[in-house]
Design a protein around this ligand. Sequence first.
Ligand code: PMP
Ligand code: GLU
Length: 396
Amino acid sequence: MKISRRAQDVPPSATIAVTARAQELKAQGVDVIGFGAGAPDFDTPDYIKDAAIAALKAGKTKYTAAAGIIELKTVIAQKLRRENSLEYTPEQIIVNIGGKHSLYEAMQAVLDPGDEVILPAPYWVTYPEAIKLAGAVPAIVQTDKANSYKMTDQQLRNAITDKTAMVVINSPNNPGGFTYTPDELSGLAKVLEGTNVIVLSDEIYEKLIYGNTKFVSFASLSEDAYNRTLTLNGFSKAFSMTGWRLGYTAGPVEAIKAMGRLQSHMTSNPVTFGQYAAIEALGEPAAEAIENMRVEFERRGKYMADRLNSIKGVVCTESTGAFYCFPDVSSHYGRTINGAEIRGSMDFAKALLEQAKVALVPGLPFGCDNNVRLSFACSLEQITEGLHRIEEWLKQ
Ligand code: PMP
Ligand code: GLU
């Protein structure tokens, strides 16, 4: 059958591909350590599951308003006010089918063919594809290791052209594991003043921050920032609800309405009983469940970064957010290990999986070929064993 140009041009998600390959090998009985997964390894807390079961039993099984039920949008508005100092009315909020859908739909709603979208590298693999599917063009900004891979004011200023329609800010960052400080974000916001550039602020990892790190929502920085920002968030990471497919977007009412029109034709509402459970997710017991998970991630992330830095030729900044380490392994490029030539991150990841049975994601699809991404959403035992294997493999 004929395949559209649009579909032909889209590569499969590298993060999902690595996770799937590791699972496939495990199913064949191969002892693989998987650092690919971008999903918390904890189960969804019981109070959320119970709410979904109760909603199902109460007959919450029919279509709802395409943009989500008013009760959930109201609770999201309360959450954004309480935790993020953001004032949104329910009509400024849309519930989507996962954060990935929020991002795709937001871009479909505000981008036109030929628009440029500033995308600092490293970036999550889905952004460039969502930008291109909207007919727009990614304008990649290469960041500096010395600045923890964060885009500076000057880099943003230099990247803006008369075609720039949007800039994507993802903090805490996947795959970089860094978090912009409030001052750094204010600096970026100032550069945008007087322009028409929209900010897509992907805040899905807001709850997973470590050490003295402070999280601040971009839209809360100033009135100017508020008016130009689409705030994107979801339930996958904070509540271990990756399989539930629930995300949301908040922003200027005309943009949210445009997303709602698209959603009314593309998908209709997110799963009905899931929406009712999401109301509970944002309620009282959340704090403790999230904090327990955060503390555990912090412990693992610190251990992983320390251990990576103890491996010869590997340089890793400690993560301040999300659950990823993104070490620079490029000093090993140019070597041949057990017959495999390591020319870049793709070769590195492939040979490591084949020879040492450790799965990680190469940096190339994140826009940084010098690096590889390891998720610490796995047990400390697996981290210990996996890093031992990497060290032994690199010694060869
Ligand atoms: N943004 C970032 C940066 C992510 O890493 C993810 C994880 N897949 C998402 C958005 C979307 O997550 P989901 O679709 O599961 O809500
Ligand atoms: N966002 C996660 C990751 O980066 C989940 C997989 C995906 O959706 O890409 O691994």
